[in-house]
Design a binder for this molecule. Structure first.
Ligand code: NAD
Length: 437
């Protein structure tokens, strides 16, 4: 493990040893800071979160017993506006991982030009083992435990791994009950009926595919062999959840051949291409891909090693590492998930000329439409899905161009370029606001 580059005694000493994601986020920030010659005082502040809250979340299980889960909400930086970031339910969530994810949210919001800061939350729980009633109790009690630091002007959660629009409805209701009136702006990714935005559910996966189209065009324009996104393009999607399933459907609608998709148990593979709508129907009915009749079952490791044009890791972090990177053959890797490629694997892929679309650019569509949802809620004026998608496409195109321009001018990797794009705006804002007191 590399040495912690942060000052001894800072919050970072607690975070450094516990998650690869936080360590990778700090190391990648350090690389960007060195490349862009960032003021070291700003870099020092960006390596640690502004605030981290750990809560105990006791609930009564269906069998009558009480169980206490551990929950977190971390606000990394709120220079540009209220905190923004998802709530994750996963058995391996810990404070350090949430802090790393909050850091990525800061740079993502800044990169796509939003007036929002970075935050993240989570509960260490296996969501697949909770009944609906237990999930509701957990969500409501967690909301109460963190209610002093969230709110439409403070910090606005959204869905992430293991949570969805229903969890956001429970959070909104709990927060509103405590205040005595409806406060839809406390969360985004809500159901449409209580103030959600059209196009939010599809926004992350849709944005992933927009960036793949931009990458393919850029490669063609710069004489680099790459796919055109047509019937000859092969795609594998790791993680068939809210991001992966939509990305698979959208890219298949463009005519590409999605040959494999997977969930946490494993994947399904069909060399001739999968019918994604049919796979989604099977998944909705069976809650697993296992047994899907029109394909062979493969492991997640095998899926990551498929010889495809485009690989979309859209599940969790740290899936492409120093241990398996040599087997990865994709020409474009679109980071639908946050932090799916570790720093050592990243350097290997970059040296082989793989086009990496970094997470803070690739999956930014979700937070962009979350921002639109927040704005629509404040104005009580709701847009058509066509307007939402048009605005999303424009923001993603501008962000892609910004990152490519930086990549060309600094002659650096894509990951570093995206971070520089995010850090640059934030740096200027932090210097203007100054250090209190
Ligand atoms: P989800 O819970 O809807 O789906 C996650 C998928 O990954 C599921 O299919 C699950 O079975 C699979 N999975 C979980 N653990 C796995 C493992 N160890 N190996 C293989 N597959 C595994 O979550 P999501 O919202 O689609 O989020 C996926 C990723 O995208 C996360 O990294 C999240 O932070 C990121 N992201 C999500 C959004 C959003 O709007 N939901 C926005 C930006 C980034």
């Amino acid at each position: 493990m590399s040495a912690n580059p942060n000052s001894e005694g800072s919050l970072s000493s607690h975070l450094w040893d516990t998650s690869d994601l936080y360590r990778n986020a700090v190391m990648q920030l350090q690389e960007a800071a060195t490349t862009m010659k960032l003021d070291p005082n700003i870099a020092e502040r960006l390596k640690v979160p502004k605030r981290a809250l750990i809560v105990s979340v006791p609930i009564r299980l269906d069998d009558g017993s009480i169980r206490v889960f551990e929950g977190y909400r971390v606000q990394h930086n709120m220079t540009l506006g209220p905190g923004k970031g998802g709530i994750r339910f996963h058995p391996e969530v810990n404070l350090s991982e949430v802090a790393g994810l909050a850091m990525l949210m800061t740079f993502k919001c800044s990169l796509v030009g939003l007036p929002l800061g970075g935050a993240k939350g989570g509960i260490r729980v296996d969501p697949n083992k909770l009944s609906r009633q237990e999930a509701q109790a957990l969500t409501r009690r967690y909301t109460t435990e963190i209610n002093m630091i969230i709110g439409p002007d403070k910090d606005i959660p959204a869905p992430d791994v293991g949570t969805d629009a229903q969890h956001m409805a429970w959070m909104m209701d709990t927060f509103s009950q405590e205040k005595g009136f409806a406060i839809p702006g406390v969360v985004t990714g809500k159901p449409i009926e209580i103030g959600g935005s059209l196009g939010r559910a599809e926004s992350t996966g849709r944005g992933v595919v927009y960036t793949i189209q931009h990458a393919a065009k850029w490669m063609a324009a710069h004489g680099r062999p790459g796919p055109k996104i047509d019937a000859t393009t092969t795609v594998a999607v790791h993680g068939f959840g809210k991001v992966g399933a939509v990305a698979a459907q959208e890219i298949s609608d463009l005519g590409a051949k999605v040959v494999a998709v997977s969930d946490y148990i494993g994947g399904v593979y069909n060399k001739a291409g999968l019918n994604i709508a049919d796979v989604s129907k099977y998944m909705a009915k069976n809650r697993t891909l296992k047994g899907y009749p029109e394909a062979d079952f493969i492991s997640n490791e095998d899926l990551l090693a498929l010889d495809v044009d485009v690989l979309i890791p859209a599940a969790i972090d740290g899936v492409i590492t120093g241990a398996n990177v040599s087997k990865v053959k994709a020409r474009i890797i679109a980071e639908g998930a946050n932090g799916p490629i570790t720093t050592d694997a990243l350097h290997d892929l970059e040296s082989r000329g793989v086009f990496i679309i970094p997470d803070i650019l690739c999956n930014a569509g979700g937070v962009v439409v979350s921002y639109f949802e927040w704005v629509q809620g404040i104005q009580n004026f709701f847009w058509s899905e066509r307007e939402v998608n048009a605005q999303l496409a424009e923001v993603m195109a501008n962000a892609f161009k910004k990152v490519m321009d930086i990549q060309v001018s600094y002659k650096c990797g894509m990951k570093t370029a995206a971070l520089i794009a995010g850090v640059d705006r934030l740096n200027r804002a932090m210097l203007l606001r100054g250090l209190f007191p």
